[in-house]
Design a protein around this ligand. Structure first.
Ligand code: MG
Length: 250
């Protein structure tokens, strides 16, 4: 099942994709309400409504090695805020304050239900759906700022979508990032050091995850520089393709 979030006039809603139409549904229970809508007149949005965006850094060994970092004994977590979310196909201006703007393609998820102190075994039952995420990063500022607040959390630093897929096995799925059609990252999620269920279990021991919250799960090796005019695509097998166009410096 494919879940979308959309805007029609001033109203933001959730829906289920059905062929050429959208069935409006409640969030997060996905109960149908109202008549089906056609795509015309509907603006699709990033499929998340988070109180927080929890991100995992350094979760693939080959990516840790390519940046010369150390293996962590527990998940390396950081935040983005909701200002970072942007929808597939949107243009992201190249930030004027960085000289090193990097792509990181990742598997992302949105929570369905409140998760506090959940077990490893129950963790995935709290997930509503899965999608493609692009963890944009100002690599130079990540190294020199006190925290990753700006380097990871600036406006539009998380292209996310295009929809949530409910039917996905996150234990082994392929994550590929292309820049201008050239494959730059290719990994599978079974190479994660801390798998998705462990990340949710771990975070929930000290921070309650709420319905609509986002988790992004780390990037495989192959990260690199973006330039004005680049088209980035993140494809997660079984979900679809997220696109982001890098715009003029601003
Ligand atoms: Mg990342």
């Amino acid at each position: 099942m494919k879940i979308v979030r959309y805007q029609i006039e001033d109203s933001i809603n959730w829906g289920i994709l059905e062929d050429e139409s959208i069935q409006p549904v409640t969030f997060p229970n996905l109960e149908p309400h109202g008549a089906k809508l056609s795509f015309s007149g509907v603006k699709l949005l990033a499929p998340a409504n988070p109180s927080k965006i929890v991100c995992v850094g350094r979760n693939y060994v080959a990516h840790i090695e390519e940046l010369g970092n150390k293996l962590l004994s527990e998940p390396g977590l950081f935040f983005k805020a909701a200002n970072a979310l942007t929808f597939s196909g949107d243009t992201v201006p190249y930030p004027s304050w960085t000289e090193s703007f990097h792509f990181e393609g990742e598997l992302g998820l949105v929570m369905k239900s409140r998760a506090s102190k959940v077990s490893y075994e129950d963790a995935l039952s709290h997930v509503l759906g899965w999608t493609c995420a692009l963890d944009l990063t100002a690599r130079d500022k990540q190294k020199t700022d006190l925290q990753w607040f700006r380097a990871k959390g600036a406006d539009k630093f998380l292209p996310f979508g295009p929809h949530l897929e409910t039917n996905l096995k996150p234990q082994k799925t392929r994550v590929q990032t292309r820049v201008n059609g050239v494959t730059r990252q290719e990994g599978t999620t079974d190479k994660m050091i801390f798998d998705v269920a462990f990340v949710i279990h771990y975070v929930s021991q000290f921070m309650t995850l709420e319905p609509g919250d986002v988790v992004i799960t780390g990037t495989p090796e192959g990260v690199g520089e973006l330039h004005v005019g680049d088209l980035v695509e993140v494809e997660v097998a079984g979900i679809g393709i997220l696109k982001a166009q890098i715009g003029e410096k601003a």
